[in-house]
Design a protein around this ligand. Sequence first.
Ligand SMILES: Cc1cc2nc3c(=O)[nH]c(=O)nc-3n(C[C@H](O)[C@H](O)[C@H](O)COP(=O)(O)O)c2cc1C
Length: 453
Amino acid sequence: MTEVPFPDARVHFGVFFQGVNHSTVWSDPSSGSQIDFETFRRVATTAERGLFDAFFLGEGLRLREQDGQLLDTDIAGRPDAIAQLVALAGLTDRIGLVATQNTTYNEPADLARRLSGLDLLSEGRAGWNVVTTDNAWTGENFRRGGFLDHAHRYERATEFLTTAREIWDSWSDRAIAPSRRSSSWLTPGAVRTIERDTDHFQVAITPTLPRSPQGHPVIFQAGVSSQGRDFAAAHAEVIFSPFGTNFEPAREFADDIRTRLVAAGRPADDIRILPGTQIVLAERESEVEEKKRWVLEQQITGATALSLVGQVWGRDLSHLDPDGPLPAEDPEQSVISGTRGAQRDGQDRVAIAGQWRELAESRGLSLRQVAIETTARFGFAGTPGQVADELTRWVRHGASDGFNITPYLVPTGLDDIVDWLIPELQERGSYPTEYTGTTLREHLRLRPPLTRR
Ligand SMILES: Cc1cc2nc3c(=O)[nH]c(=O)nc-3n(C[C@H](O)[C@H](O)[C@H](O)COP(=O)(O)O)c2cc1C
């Protein structure tokens, strides 16, 4: 029998509510509004019913476009994460509330304060997914107008987070008057001013808020370059990774993070790794493939497929039949740059087109099928029992600590996960039967914040 390295490991779940994206199915009759608050409330309360650790929001600060045209099959129009989460804090009791916010265009005094506000109002349930944001075109939104290169984005992120932690540590635990009879509201000397004079920040900050019940918001990170991984190993408590489909790459990533954590002087279990994933459940094994295919075809409709292939070819292909072959002519030799905010920006058109043609020819695929094969990040599909076995195997063999699940339908896409999958996980002893703590840090079984140990 093969040894199980983490026999007591449990599955942690977050629900990943995407920002601007094309993979949430909005055109099916069973889909609800993509932007109404009721939709967010319904997803968050269903996740809480399923004892999820976190409701997690991505951030898209600009609509994606190609050659000056908005990508009009994308979902857009979702409000700012912190505003949404503060509203949800009042309608939920236990679930963590995580906002993706970038360190390239924000300022530490402002963002740390808004995150503190969320943490205080939710009584210790806030998390911050720290991202550096890789799109030059997002920078056009901001006064700085610019964009930092990759290395400088991580340098700024490090200084940003260090400053944010100092802000969260700046009020002593006894800063506020203990009683009405005290002579002052703030204890003299109890609030520290933070000064920074670096290339990125020249500030003197006197923070305005006390510490929350969990010390600091829980720090998540998303970014998989070597620098991104070192940044996580030095500063993060949870990683939102893209390795949520295949076991081996996920385990390699997790092993690499554990090695980097130890090199950074932290215990190997000091970070929870939650890959983004999608879960498709069918009641019977015979229905699994059909349901999986249905989801993929809903996500990559004919129009979306023509748009995705058009981004690589660098021209409007909307006149083609998505169920026919790839375009007869190759794209012109150039890098993809007319597409702003899409995944393949900066890559070589002809090289990608060549790979896609090879795939189409070897497997007899249509244009739409090629788009599905090359762009859909799948995840898990099976009966509830099969998926429960597989998720349990992942956490017990060190490939992840759980999953940040993207429902393909909102607001109902978590219902079968909560009603069918979670009882199966509970039966296997790999999922809790109640919330045992009140803060996000407690749900994730994390140690105190790095500056408070
Ligand atoms: C799983 C995952 C999710 C991400 N989500 C966001 C997001 O919601 N908003 C954003 O601006 N950037 C997001 N990013 C991009 C990061 O901000 C970062 O710019 C990018 O990954 C480049 O850094 P890297 O080279 O270290 O991967 C995400 C990255 C990953 C891997």
